[in-house]
Design a protein around this ligand. Sequence first.
Ligand code: SAM
Length: 236
Amino acid sequence: MNLLLFTPEDCPEPGIIRLDGRRFRHVVEVHRAGVGESLRVGELGGFTGTGTVSALSTDGIEIRYALDQPPPAKLPLTLLLSLPRPKMLKRILQSVAALGVERLVLMNSYRVEKSFWASPWLEPAAMRAELLLGLEQARDTVLPDVQLEPLFKPFVEDRLPVLCAERRLLVAHPVAAHACPVALNGPAVLAIGPEGGFIPYEVDKLVAAGFDAVHLGPRILRVETAVTALVARLFT
Ligand code: SAM
């Protein structure tokens, strides 16, 4: 945790945070912060700044804070991700938040196992908990938008065009003819397939919607590695 994220519910009065639970234990056990010590804090959706531990007991911690810095800018990136298996989803949600992805669309595709859509990890509270861990890691305060699209065709035909306006559109596909661009650094939509890859119909649908199919070289990466490698390549 490189940033202690808090919400107004953690503040009994303006300028004071009171915590118990996971964040309290982390501050005490990992940061080993004592009374008078400082740590980075940030209000969810708001500014970051400095907190000073003003009281500490076995049950909780009180921190006085002042906020003066905006969070880091988001990447102008919408990530279309075929729904990964639940364990991988948890890690990817953390990475997506830490990397600064602006919007994540978890979509269906033919090789996504149907049972994944019934996972408790797709509950809003469960996804939010993973996203918060990513924000804490990267000292960000702003949650990415997350959208679930359990039907591929109506999503691509009806709702995707709105997300694509004025953006570079890329679908990562290992057998694509062209290499993924480097340092795009502009508004983009990037589609990444499931563990078994996109089927040709899906790549064709995305290409018909204006996407360029691109590869990342001859190594086939796991989905979570591909997410990080592609985002790092597009935004430097
Ligand atoms: N056998 C599958 C295939 O050929 O598509 C492998 C899928 S890979 C494990 C999962 C997803 O990560 C792919 O659908 C693609 O979006 C992305 N990916 C992984 N390695 C890639 C590469 N070298 N080039 C482009 N995309 C890649």
